[in-house]
Design a protein around this ligand. Sequence first.
Ligand code: GLC
Ligand code: GLC
Length: 833
Amino acid sequence: MRYGFFDDSRREYVITRPDTPLPWINYLGNKSYFGLVSNTAGGYSFYRDARLRRLTRYRYNNVPTDTGGRYIYVRDDGPPPAAGEYWSPTWQPARRPLETYSCRHGLGYTAIGSTYLGIEAQTRYFVPLGENLEVWQLIVTNHRENVARLSVFSCVEFCLWDAWDDATNFQRNFSIGEVEVDANDDSPGVIYHKSEYRERRNHFAFFACSEPLAGFDTQREDFLGPYGSWDSPAAVARGCSFNSVAHGWAPIGSHHVRLELQPGETRQIIFVLGYHENPDEEKFDPPGSQQIDKRTVRPIIDRYLDAGNVEAAFAALRAYWDELLGVFQVETPDIHTSRMVNIWNAYQCMVTFNLSRSASFFESGIGRGMGFRDSNQDLLGFVHMVPERARERILDLAATQLESGGAYHQYQPLTKRGNDAVGGGFNDDPLWLILAVGAYLKETGDWSILDEPVPYDNRPGSEQPLYDHLERSLRYTLDRLGPHGLPLIGRADWNDCLNLNTFSSTPGESFQTADTKDGTTAESVFIAGLFVLAAKELAGIARWRGSPQEADRFEVEAAKMESVVCQHGWDGDWFLRAYDDRSHKVGSRECAEGQIFVEPQGICVMAGIGLDAGLDGSQPSAKKALASVGEQLATAHGIVLLQPAYTRYYLHLGEISSYPPGYKENAGIFCHTNPWIMIAEAIVGDGDRAHDYYLRINPSAREKIGDLHRCEPYVYAQMIAGSDAPTHGEAKNSWLTGTAAWNYVAITQWILGIRPTFDGLEIAPIVPNDWPGFEATRIFRGVTYRISVDRVGRGNSVALLVDGSPIEGHLVPLPPLGQTEVMVNVALGRAGD
Ligand code: GLC
Ligand code: GLC
């Protein structure tokens, strides 16, 4: 069954029934104020940090699902027969049988509308650019033949800021809730949430309404009634607020507005929910009182209670996204490719860049901040959109690096300080920084970033140029080689769950933070491949920067590691995964289970290992490794992580064997790894296979199997259940996954083949043989490249015409200063083949 459809011209996904298999969500906000919103208005908001500055409450994993949100109730105030009926125009939480329903998720906004009892109500939620607030525009229309007398109630439940504390520390929290209410006749009603403002916080939340209030509530228990629930609040049922003022317990914000609508009449009500900080010395007005000083916040509130200003802000948001997406647009013969590249994949890359793995409907916003490896990879799919923000992110990440070259596994977005909360000593972490910086340099040509002074561990006085951080990243691996000369794995490499040093037998213990073996034996072939890739990248950077000797040195290190992989990292038909704590092979035909893993096949081929080898099996062969992936790991729903799945728990392998077969890292289709294989297939020149793998996990292509897939058809999920699982094909953990960035890189740079390099834009498409061609527009370093690819025969050879003149090779040189447009005609394949 389908639950909606793509409206490509408006860049929206339209959901046509509220009871989707899971909440299908969207994100509001781009920079500091964020919200999650589901297709039935569930979700919450936060400022910068989903744990430390949460504005509103959400109840993860609750019953019914998706509890807590941006709620609006409409009540019929009479006359009979509808008198006293009430409903939620977003379906939740009242869940009445709406006559019409649609939810349009767009880029940075969501509009949910419905009709019930002849009353149409549409709410559009968005965060204006550059503001720390969200606007809800509610438009109510009376389609009845007579006058409608209605009550509208809004409601949010405030979170007491630290979401972890909020969910655990009730002995304190039930006593600290405080609000202020401005509800005079002559000014719009504003509810302020100011718990802890009296002491160390200088920030508060506000929730304002554009219309005169009939009443308000700020105490949850009053609004809901004793033992009441969100689907039948007492205030809504009786048609009148209680004007409650919260002292402790659970502060909420609810406005009550009465409307009288003539037949055909439409009215707009605007609600504004936001976050504001006052300087410490201007917290109170009058000074010495405990009342919030509202002089700086009121003008902001008033601006967004004005319909004209709101429309202008919405138009600016649309224009912003048009511009961002305009950096790369394509027209291909395949709708799923075009749609994901042009709209949704790029959009998801913005969200993963902003939030790493912190806050989705599957990441609670409490456990994880910005991951070091995650954020470096997320940047790969984002850097072309807002390079300045990518630059800032690189410097933030590098500032958390340790002097050893190692890295904290994550940092907290609010403080930008590294922490070990989800473990440390993941030995792959530092290498990703080199790939991120390489991508930034290729996109922008901004070599000055390498000279930026960046501290270690945020310690003032420890600053070194960013370039020094990159060198230490490589050295970190070289300082930690194991018995075969392969990199030691540490806590884990990219695969958090392959814990070769953990040996955990204590129930509930975290595999990522448990005490480890001394870690001097277990080695990772994956890190070896990643090292070769990163060392070659750094060599490229060094050469471009004018340090040829250093470049040579990095190339020598890459070659040495490559030969170690050839000697000890090849299993005959595929790359080995690792050596365990006893130096036994992992990911080998010698193993009872887990004989082949996808990660080393992808990363080693991307690093160029085995590209020239024959097929006799004595030396690594990229083609052979990829053929093994095709035979043993590829399924109709994507490529599984390993085979055969682990059927029992192995103490020496750790969390990977804790999952039932087919889920997550234990032979799930861990989507993040799939684009590595697409890229590898493109590198060996197989465009048919690369694109076939691309389509298997492409969410838009999976829309038609929505009942199986279950997650949103417009974004990638972290995982699709593998062939060993009873629910093979079911996606899980949508939105926050490295899959977004890597798929974007795979399709745009390797399959469509439009690839930034240090020297200019390279164009080398590896597309399916039955594609007649495609068109692309790419803005690169301020120049618009209009690229037109025509297939003249089979294969991947290209002949380029740049502004009408033939050039040698694949690389379009940067045009002379002042030229802002370049036309590139690509003849693809060899005529007659
Ligand atoms: C999660 C983590 C990521 C890790 C992957 C594989 O997505 O965020 O860092 O590489 O799992 O374990
Ligand atoms: C669990 C998950 C893995 C994730 C890790 C992060 O191990 O299975 O995917 O990367 O937690 O802490």
